[in-house]
Design a protein around this ligand. Structure first.
Ligand SMILES: *Cc1c(COP(=O)(O)O)cnc(C)c1O
Length: 399
C-alpha cells in the first residue's frame, strides 16, 4: 500500500485508537452524516482532486519550496536545518490548504454559507478568502476582546466580504466565539457549513483536515530528496495548536523511519493558565465533540491557556496527535514564549524570513535539537509568516 498508515487511520467511526469519534447533539447527527458521506465520495472523485490541484497551483501558490537555512545551520553549529515554506501560501499560512477544500466541499453540498469562529483571526481570514473565491457567504464569530486586539485581521475579513459577529458574553474571547458560532450554526445546520480550523472536532473533521493538509508532507518528501539527494530527513518538526500543520507535514513521513516532533507552547510557565501544552500536561476527556487529551480546570471545564502564538493557544489537541503520541510514533518538543521570540528574531536576521510566532516555536525547538544532533538532517514546517506579529513583537519585545 502506498500510504499504509493514512489509508487505515482513523477507523470508519473516526477513531485513532481510543481518541476521536463524534459526540454530537441529536439535531446535528443528520447534517454530520451528510458531511461524512459527501467527503467520502469527494475524496475518491478525480474531479474534486483535480479542482483542488488547480486551485493550489493557480491561486494559492503551491508547491511551496523547501529552503536550506544555511546561516541558521551555521549559527547552531550542528545538524542541517531545512524549512518547508508554508509562509509562502497566499495569505501567509498553511490554513488555505484546508479552508479552500472546505469551501469546495460546501459548494458540492449545495451549501451557500460558511460559518466559523476565530481566535486571533487567522482562520477567519483564511475562510473569508476561500468564501470570496467561491462566491459563498461567510460569517465569522469572534470574541469582543479579540476584535479589539486583532484589528488588522478583522478589517481583512471585512474587506474580503465576511460578516464578523462579536461574541459579547463571558470573557469575550475564543471560547465564547466557539459558543456563539455553534449557536448560529445550530439554527440552520442544513444551509450552513461549520468550517473547523484544525484537525479537531467531531469525525470526519480530524481526518478530512489532515487529508487536505497532507499535501505539505507529500511535497516535502519529494522536494527534500531533490534538494539534498538524500532519501529522507532524520527528523521532522512542526508546532502544534490543534495540530493541522503538524499532521500535514507528518503525513509524508509517517510510514518511514523518520523521527516526528510536535512542538507545544510552554508560554510563561508550567502552571495552569500559563501555557497551552495540552499533550504534555493534559488528561483524557471529551470537548468540542471529540475525545482527546485536554487541559482542564478544577471543574473539568477547558482550562485557560496562554501562548504568545495566538494560533496555538488551544486547551486540547487533535485526536490523532493524542494517539500517535501514546503509541510513541511522535514525540513532544517544548518551547516557551522567550525562546520563540529569540527564534523569531534569529530566523529573520539570519535568513531574511520573518516567521509567524506559532512557527517560531518549531524553529526554536529545532535550533536546540540541531546543536545536540550534529549529523542529522532536520526539516521544520514553517507554518506561516510573521507580518501579523510585528506590531506585537516590536511593542513587547523591542530589538
Ligand atoms: C493557526 C496557525 C497554527 C496552528 O494551527 P495548527 O492546526 O496547530 O497547525 C500554526 N501556525 C500558523 C501560522 C497558524 O496560522
Amino acid at each position: 500500500m502506498k500510504n499504509q498508515y493514512l489509508e487505515t487511520m482513523p477507523d470508519k467511526n473516526g477513531y485513532f485508537g481510543k481518541y476521536g469519534g463524534s459526540f454530537l447533539p441529536p439535531p446535528l447527527e443528520e447534517p454530520f452524516q451528510k458531511i461524512r458521506q459527501a467527503y467520502d465520495e469527494l475524496s475518491k472523485s478525480n474531479k474534486f482532486i483535480n479542482e483542488l490541484k488547480y486551485i493550489r497551483k493557480h491561486f494559492q501558490g503551491r508547491p511551496t519550496p523547501i529552503t536550506y537555512a544555511k546561516n541558521l545551520t551555521k549559527f547552531c553549529g550542528g545538524g542541517k536545518i531545512y524549512l518547508k515554506r508554508e509562509d509562502l501560501n497566499h495569505m501567509g499560512a498553511h490554513k488555505l490548504n484546508h479552508t479552500m477544500a472546505e469551501a469546495l466541499l460546501a459548494k458540492k453540498l449545495g451549501i451557500k454559507k460558511l460559518i466559523a469562529e476565530t481566535g486571533a483571526g487567522q482562520h477567519g481570514v483564511a475562510l473569508a478568502t476561500s468564501a470570496a473565491y467561491f462566491g459563498l457567504e461567510c460569517e465569522i464569530h469572534m470574541g469582543e476582546v479579540d476584535i479589539k486586539k486583532e484589528r488588522p485581521n478583522v478589517i481583512r475579513m471585512q474587506i474580503l466580504g465576511a460578516k464578523v459577529v462579536p461574541a459579547t458574553h463571558g470573557l469575550k474571547t475564543l471560547k465564547e466565539a466557539v459558543d456563539s458560532a455553534f449557536e448560529a450554526y445550530m439554527k440552520d445546520p442544513t444551509n450552513q457549513l461549520f468550517c473547523i480550523g484544525s484537525v479537531v472536532g467531531p469525525h470526519p473533521y480530524p481526518k478530512m483536515i489532515r487529508d487536505f493538509q497532507s499535501v505539505v508532507g507529500f511535497e516535502s518528501k519529494e522536494q527534500f530528496k531533490e534538494l539534498t539527494k538524500i532519501d529522507l530527513p532524520d527528523m521532522v518538526a512542526a508546532c502544534v495548536g490543534g495540530g493541522s500543520n503538524a499532521m500535514g507535514i507528518f503525513s509524508g513521513f509517517i510510514d518511514d523511519d523518520v523521527k516526528l516532533y510536535g512542538v507545544e507552547p510552554m508560554g510563561k510557565g508550567d502552571k495552569i493558565g500559563e501555557h497551552s501544552a495540552s499533550l504534555s500536561y493534559g488528561t483524557p476527556g471529551i470537548m468540542h465533540g471529540f475525545n482527546s487529551i485536554m487541559l482542564k480546570d478544577k471543574d473539568g471545564e477547558p482550562a485557560p491557556v496562554h501562548s504568545i502564538g495566538s494560533g496555538i493557544d488551544y486547551p486540547s489537541v487533535g485526536p490523532e496527535h493524542a494517539y500517535l503520541n501514546e503509541i510513541g510514533r511522535t514525540k513532544i518538543g517544548l518551547c516557551n514564549d522567550d525562546e520563540a521570540i529569540d527564534a523569531f528574531y534569529r530566523l529573520s536576521k539570519l535568513e531574511g524570513i520573518i516567521p509567524a510566532l506559532e512557527s517560531a516555536h518549531a524553529v526554536a525547538f529545532v535550533m536546540n535539537y540541531a546543536k545536540q544532533n550534529k549529523n542529522e538532517n532536520i526539516l521544520v514546517n514553517l507554518s506561516g509568516r510573521g507580518d501579523k506579529d510585528i506590531d506585537f513583537v516590536a511593542e513587547n519585545y523591542p530589538i
